[in-house]
Design a protein around this ligand. Structure first.
Ligand code: VAH
Length: 313
């Protein structure tokens, strides 16, 4: 069976739905911190599981005979800055625990999300390559860098098949994100529909790599379905998506929703955004496992507004 941690989160919700479509609900075990409630998830099973509880995690892996884990539970960049020590513990230790279980032969495959937050000082802002020096300046970025090194260590030393993607900012309408720096690009759609205006905590010309959730989920599945020996990267794959600024996103929304206005009040997350690249080179992922995208800025804006209007009715 497949286990998803953080299954009620922004990525987890949609990844669970796709894995249920592909493998059948009886083969998917969703887990999260929330109390049990079957209509929280499309998976056949739901377990309330704190991923830092190593014994409980091991018990659930054994009870359900889990073979593949999508380990998504984590704190994002904004929240991690507020709780650095807990963020380090939560973002790194459970990953090592899953890698240990794979080393012991309990698991055959692991997916773990890294982030463009691993990039930091001393590199160009544009078209950042797969193998540049990594100098993250946020707790979240430090934890993701450490996690990537643990993935590579367990693969190279023990042959553990753990795979990872450096996600850009992800945009979706099904489940709101929590605590990210790129989340302005999600909040703006909710405010566009509710108030036809938005005050952005990121300044107008701050470009960041972004991706529509559907493209992120399909890329994740493509990576996990690839042949092992096609993979030349065992830290984490760059995935660049599309780059835009709050100003460009607001213009795309205004085109669909005349009269929409944006203002700017940068907060502590501006410094996080300034430490990240504006665009990413993901040619290695294209070569190794056929990464492609479906949504550009216009298509994403249209799809978000259409679906959010439905959801917020
Ligand atoms: C965050 N959405 O903002 C996440 C992501 C690249 C950004 O890691 O923290």
């Amino acid at each position: 069976k497949i286990l998803i941690t953080g299954a009620l989160g922004q990525i987890g919700t949609e990844l669970t739905n796709r894995l249920v479509e592909i493998h059948g609900r009886e083969n998917v075990v969703a887990s999260g911190l929330d109390r049990y409630d079957q209509n929280l998830t499309s998976a056949g099973y739901y377990e309330r599981m704190d991923v830092t509880n190593t014994q409980l995690v091991r018990q659930i892996v054994k009870d359900y005979e889990i073979t593949t884990v999508y380990h998504l539970a984590s704190l994002l960049s904004g929240t991690s800055e507020k709780q650095p020590l807990f963020a380090w513990k939560l973002n790194v230790e459970p990953l090592i625990n899953f890698c240990e279980m794979a080393r012991e032969g309990l698991l055959s495959k692991i997916f773990w999300p890294s982030s463009i937050a691993v990039f930091g000082k001393g590199i160009p802002k544009e078209n950042v390559a797969q193998d540049v020096v990594l100098n993250p300046t946020t707790v979240y970025g430090i934890s993701k860098l450490a996690g990537e090194k643990w993935c590579e260590y367990y693969h190279d030393k023990y042959g553990v098949d753990v795979r990872s993607i450096r996600y850009p900012g992800l945009i979706s309408y099904k489940t709101p994100p929590g605590g990210g720096t790129t989340d302005y690009a999600v909040e703006i759609f909710y405010k566009a529909i509710e108030e036809n205006s938005y005050t952005s905590f990121i300044t107008e010309d701050t470009f960041m790599p972004m991706l529509y959730m559907e493209d992120a989920i399909e890329a994740t599945l493509k990576l996990m379905q690839a042949e092992k020996d096609a993979l030349s990267v065992r830290t984490s794959y760059n995935l660049g998506g599309m780059s835009f600024s709050p100003k460009e996103l607001a213009a795309a929304i205004e085109k669909k929703q005349p009269g929409f206005t944006i203002s700017y009040q940068p907060d502590f997350r501006q410094a996080i955004a300034d430490s990240w690249p504006a665009s990413i080179d993901d040619s290695v992922a294209r070569q190794d496992w056929g990464l492609t995208y479906k949504y550009g800025l216009e298509e994403m804006t249209e799809d978000m507004l259409k679906n959010l209007k439905e959801k917020l009715k």
